[in-house]
Design a protein around this ligand. Structure first.
Ligand SMILES: CC(=O)SCCNC(=O)CCNC(=O)[C@H](O)C(C)(C)COP(=O)(O)OP(=O)(O)OC[C@H]1O[C@@H](n2cnc3c(N)ncnc32)[C@H](O)[C@@H]1OP(=O)(O)O
Ligand SMILES: N[C@@H](CCO)C(=O)O
Length: 350
């Protein structure tokens, strides 16, 4: 199906890949079949050497030219005139791929709370199915931030020589107890919603609002809130920081659901590139691709040292750091710095 994105005025293709082969998950559970919704921009060139594969973060979708509009689009760093850009909605997410509200083929009912646990390795395995389906033999660049970077690292390990470059932003080879702790507080908020346990898409949505508000504090930096949410007058209540967090919670609850959030935050928690591979150093050093790891100086969630570590342990790694007051989410915001880092990374290879 060919569509024109109203946002970026780009021609894009949106498809759903239906895998009829079952996916054996790390948990031991099996997805008998699954769907992955994906979006492409641009055309594969004759040499099939221009594939840019984007992996979205926790609540993103496959329309990468919308949420990464400063990096992908006409005259942007990744221009569909030159690149074949693809992004698939991650398994478990609610933007077209198989998720807790999809039909469980064993029962004929939605999975709801029986949706299996998926890991970043499982998510990478599902993307590998899509790559095979599309006949893509070589990925020029795999790029993803946060959860997308975790899945990207997993996939980079198994892609071997089929991957030339991996760009991993604000991410980590193994989720820290700090991140797991943040995710747990968010799931506690969801659990405390009295509708959690009900079997409909709004179940846990008030809890999800609180979860997003908590998460926002981890995605921003105190200085960012100080700059943007300081009061202009003296007051006792009704603070801007409060309405900002409430607003952000409501904004997410309108476009996401608590079950997908639960599923993907659990995938983030269990991320360990070194599991069954002799540890993270061994796993990182097995990556054949050149790796550009990008940290954010103000990231309080995935610390810049974690990105730096990736660059030090892979065979061919480079580290760059975004300077920003935006915190973790800077990888979704600081386009000029990203484009500059990418340009120098590719130039170094010439
Ligand atoms: C279908 C889909 O949308 S899916 C894909 C889209 N999302 C993704 O891919 C996930 C990744 N993206 C993100 O996480 C975010 O969009 C980011 C990080 C890139 C940017 O976040 P934003 O929320 O736009 O930025 P920021 O933190 O500055 O908040 C601005 C919003 O808060 C509102 N706001 C700011 N201060 C206040 C306040 N004191 N009180 C209430 N609202 C406030 C602004 O009006 C603005 O609202 P808007 O989003 O309706 O325009
Ligand atoms: N802000 C990101 C999560 C942090 O990587 C998202 O909503 O996907």
């Amino acid at each position: 199906m060919n569509l024109t994105s109203p946002f970026a005025d780009l021609t894009m293709t949106q498809e759903v890949f239906h895998s009829i082969e079952s996916l054996h998950l790390e948990s031991g559970e099996v997805l008998i079949n699954f769907d992955l919704a994906y979006t492409t921009y641009g055309q594969l060139n004759a040499e099939k050497s221009n594939v840019i594969w984007v992996i979205h973060a926790l609540t993103g979708d496959s329309k990468a030219a919308e949420w990464w509009n400063g990096l992908i689009g006409e005259d942007k760093f990744f221009d569909p005139a030159n690149h074949f850009i693809i992004c698939a909605n991650l398994l478990g997410s609610c933007y077209g791929s198989t998720n807790p509200f999809s039909e469980n083929p064993e029962t004929g009912e939605p999975y709801y709370y029986d949706f299996p646990q998926v890991t970043t390795r499982d998510l990478a395995a599902s993307l590998e199915r899509l790559r095979n389906h599309l006949g893509i033999e070589q990925i020029h660049t795999l790029i993803g931030g946060s959860l997308g970077g975790q899945v990207g690292l997993e996939w980079a390990v198994t892609l071997g020589q089929k991957l030339k470059n991996a760009v991993i932003l604000a991410s980590t080879p193994k989720t820290s107890p700090w991140v797991i702790g943040f995710n747990e507080t968010q799931r506690m908020a969801i659990e405390s919603d009295c509708t959690w346990g009900e079997r409909h898409e709004l179940a846990g949505s008030k809890g999800l609002e609180t979860a997003r508000a908590i998460a926002m504090l981890s995605y921003r930096h105190p200085l960012d809130l100080k700059i943007k949410q300081s009061e202009k007058e003296e007051k006792l209540d009704g603070f801007r920081a409060s309405s900002y967090l409430r607003y952000q919670g409501q904004k997410l609850a309108k476009r996401f659901n608590a079950l997908s959030y639960w599923t993907l935050s659990k995938a983030m928690d269990s991320h360990d590139l070194g599991r069954d591979r002799g540890g993270i150093d061994a796993a990182l050093s097995s990556i054949e691709a050149k790796v550009l790891a990008i940290g954010v100086d103000s990231d309080l969630l995935f610390l810049p040292a974690e990105s730096q570590y990736i660059s030090q342990k892979v065979k061919r790694g480079t580290y760059k750091e975004i300077t920003s007051t935006a915190g973790h989410d800077a990888f979704l915001i600081e386009f000029e710095q990203l484009a500059y880092f990418l340009k120098s990374f590719y130039l170094e290879q010439k």
